[in-house]
Design a protein around this ligand. Sequence first.
Ligand SMILES: [Zn+2]
Ligand SMILES: [Zn+2]
Length: 269
Amino acid sequence: MKFELTTLEHTKNPDIKWALSELEKVKAQAVVAGDEERANNCWRESEALQLTLIYIEAFHKIKRKEYREAWYDLERCEIKCQFVLRNSSEEFCLNKNIFFINHQISNLQSLYPYCVFSSAGMVVGYYSCGICDHKIRPRSRCSHAKGKIYNGKLCVHVAHDIVLKEISIVSKPVQKYSVVHNDETLDFSVLEHLMAVLEEAFEEWDVIRTTRKFPIDMFFRVGLDSDCPCKGGGKFGQCCSKKGEVEIPHLDFVFRRDIPNLPGIKFPY
Ligand SMILES: [Zn+2]
Ligand SMILES: [Zn+2]
C-alpha cells in the first residue's frame, strides 16, 4: 500500500497505524516460515516508517517551541537512523529519505543551545546477546553482531548486574537524553528564526558555518567576566577584550525555494 507521509496532517492517517501492525504480522509469519529476508524487510519498512513519523513530529514540535520534547524525539530518530543505515541498501535509504532525515537531525541538533549533559558511569557485570541469550565473555562470543538484524530483530547486547558508580557532567554525551539545562534560561532564537521560514519537515535547507569579525567597540556591553563572544570557551577579559576586533561564529541558512524577506537576527551583544 502507498500513502503520502511528509506533513503533520499525513501523520494522522489511520492507514499508517494499520500498515505498522500489518508489518508486524507479516514479519511474525516470515519468522515462523524461516524466511529471514522477508522478516528483515518488514523490520526495515517498519523502522523507516516510524522514523519518518517521529521526525515529522519532532520538526513540528520545534515549530511549536516545544524544544525539549523535540530534542528527545530527535535523539530517538538519530538512534533509529543509525540502525536503519547499517542494515539497509543505499537504494532503500534514498527511497525512504533516510539520508535526508539523518542529515537534518544533526543540523537541527547543532542549532540547539544545549551544551551540558549528565552521563552515568557504571560497571556492568556481564552482557548477553539479545538474539540468542548467550553470555558474552572475552573468549566466548556468539555469531551475532551487535546492531545487525536477524530474522527481523535488532541484535542488542543486554547489560546485567549494573552498578552505578558516578554521574559526570559532559559536553559530548553518548546519548543525548540527559540534558542538564533549564530551557527557560536558554536562547532558542536561531531555531525560532529558521522555523519562521520552514513550513514542512521535508523542505530542503542547510546551514553553513563561518565566522565574522566585528570591531571591539560593538562589544562594550560584554562584561570582562562574561563568556567571550568568540565562543572559544574563555572569559572575555582573558580572551578577546584587548583585540581590535572580535571574530564570532556566524550561521547562514540556505533554502531551496525563494523566501520572503525576513528581519535578520539582531546583533546579540
Ligand atoms: Zn547471539
Ligand atoms: Zn575570545
